[in-house]
Design a protein around this ligand. Structure first.
Ligand SMILES: [Zn+2]
Length: 92
């Protein structure tokens, strides 16, 4: 199952294309918009939410922007104002 992300935004600090997802314990995390072959995050549709599950390295299609952003510390301190809006992405 592949997911088409429709709410791509740009990282406020480095300008990379990212989107926001919610982990199963309710935390919002930024995800790099470009799928990778050895990522550690799975993106799924769970009850209409864009849900991220962190798996082992190489087990996912995406990677957390926390891992790639040169300003990762800023992300950890800043509230996640952007939203992964219901309906802004689809499962195809
Ligand atoms: Zn960034």
């Amino acid at each position: 199952m592949s997911v088409t992300i429709r709410n791509i935004v740009r990282c406020r600090t480095c300008g990379a294309e990212i989107f926001w997802a919610t982990t199963r314990d309710g935390k919002r995390i930024p995800i790099d918009a470009v799928p990778v072959s050895n990522g550690n995050v799975l993106i799924e549709s769970v009850n209409g939410m864009c849900t991220a599950t962190v798996v082992g390295a190489g087990g996912g299609e995406y990677v957390s922007h926390f891992m790639t952003c040169p300003h990762a510390a800023w992300h950890r301190k800043s509230p996640a104002e952007d939203r992964c809006v219901e309906g802004s992405w689809v499962v195809s």
